[in-house]
Design a protein around this ligand. Structure first.
Ligand code: ADP
Length: 366
């Protein structure tokens, strides 16, 4: 009956593999593309049960899938196919996508199955999945390395201080008459630095879990002045520190401990750069002002040290970028994350001359 009206000719000319299946699940008609796909000649394919094109172990499962697909006109209308495993004449399995369309011919019900071999697509999906797994594994190693580096950065300074306090305490003990007062100072120094290390680790854990670092409303000016004093006191270099803070600055809303940490890191970096660069009249200027157009306070930290070369400007916020022999290169990367976690920005003013200038913004309390 399918030879009428040139149907057979059209059917064979189709590029897709087509199978016309009757209500009993027999292949009433297959086209040339289907014969090539399954590797059966027409006389063997036509009249065959469609089950012959499906691996034995999957026949029941596939029948259920086909029936569910047939009951869902939306899937068909949306052009969604059904992914199945098909079997060719050599017993080789391959992934196939079929779409099923119900048809009526001469009062009989048929289903037109369009079949695509999707082996290449499946292989591509497997390759992509494999690549994604490799990327995930690399990412985990990267995160672990960064976390380890951050912890090392936090502990480096207190550990160095504890080590030098302990060494001097040991030397004092070797003296014929140890100076008890100085010994006490060295041991107190160890104790203070140990506490500082513990606090740093707690802060770091707090940073990883921001809920434990709540924002508070506070005046930035006293924090700037205190951190400036702390930083200058920790270095031998005599720095001319010049705070130029706008009068009546509105309070900011941020995590105070993190802001102190960010300021301290910027001040230490400036002083260390001026120290290393043997800067004449080392000067550290800190401006704080309210921005005109946004509800932000901007703090700018400028020094007259060696500044940055063009190559360094691009890398300064990269984790592990450091020019210091005992540096780890995480300070600015962490500071930037902290500022952003507090709703602000931290950037380097690449045009500043001489020396270096960093700016950071923090939100004003609403
Ligand atoms: P670290 O202090 O461990 O090196 P940072 O991320 O804080 O890590 O700093 C990265 C690098 O940026 C420093 O090693 C230094 O070379 C450079 N740098 C930071 N601040 C300044 C500055 N004010 N002047 C010149 N170089 C600076």
């Amino acid at each position: 009956m399918f030879d009428r009206l040139g149907f057979r000719w059209l059917f064979d000319a189709a590029a897709d593999a087509l199978l016309l299946v009757d209500a009993e699940g027999r292949i009433a008609l297959s086209n040339t593309a289907a014969q090539e796909l399954f590797g059966w000649p027409q006389r063997q394919l036509d009249g065959q049960s469609v089950e012959a094109l499906i691996p034995q172990r999957l026949r029941l499962h596939h029948r259920n899938l086909r029936q569910a697909y047939g009951r869902d006109p939306h899937r068909r209308a949306a052009g969604q196919g059904l992914e199945l495993v098909a079997l060719n004449s050599e017993g080789k399995e391959f992934p196939a996508e079929i779409s099923l369309t119900p048809l009526q011919a001469d009062g009989q019900a048929f289903t037109l199955a369009t079949v695509h071999n999707i082996s290449a697509r499946k292989q591509l999906e497997r390759d992509l999945l494999e690549k994604r797994r490799e990327m995930d594994a690399l990412q985990k190693v990267h995160v672990a390395a960064q976390t380890a580096a951050v912890i090392a950065h936090e502990l480096n300074q207190p550990l160095l201080a504890i080590s030098s306090y302990s060494k001097s305490a040991l030397l004092m003990l070797e003296a014929a008459r140890p100076n008890i007062e100085r010994l006490k100072q060295a041991i107190t120094g160890c104790e203070v630095q140990t506490r500082r290390a513990g606090e740093s680790i707690r802060e770091l854990l707090g940073f990883l879990n921001m809920s434990e670092c709540p924002a508070e409303v506070f005046d930035i000016s006293p924090e700037i002045l205190e951190m400036l004093d702390t930083a200058c006191a920790e270095h031998h270099l005599q720095v001319d520190s010049r705070p130029q803070l706008e009068q009546g600055l509105p309070p900011v809303k941020a995590n105070r401990t993190q802001v102190q940490k960010i300021l301290l890191n910027l001040f230490h970096n400036s002083i260390e750069a001026m120290e290393a660069g043997q800067t004449l009249n080392p000067t550290l200027t800190v401006h704080a002002r309210v921005l005109q157009d946004e509800p932000l306070v901007q703090v700018s930290v400028a020094d007259n040290g060696p500044g940055f070369g063009p190559d360094q400007i691009k890398r300064v916020f990269d984790p592990f970028f450091t020019t210091k022999s005992a540096g780890i290169g995480m300070g600015l990367a962490i500071s930037r994350s902290l500022v952003e976690a507090n709703g602000g920005h931290l950037w380097l003013d690449s045009g500043a001359r001489p020396g270096a200038q960093f700016h950071l913004t923090l939100p004003i309390s609403p």
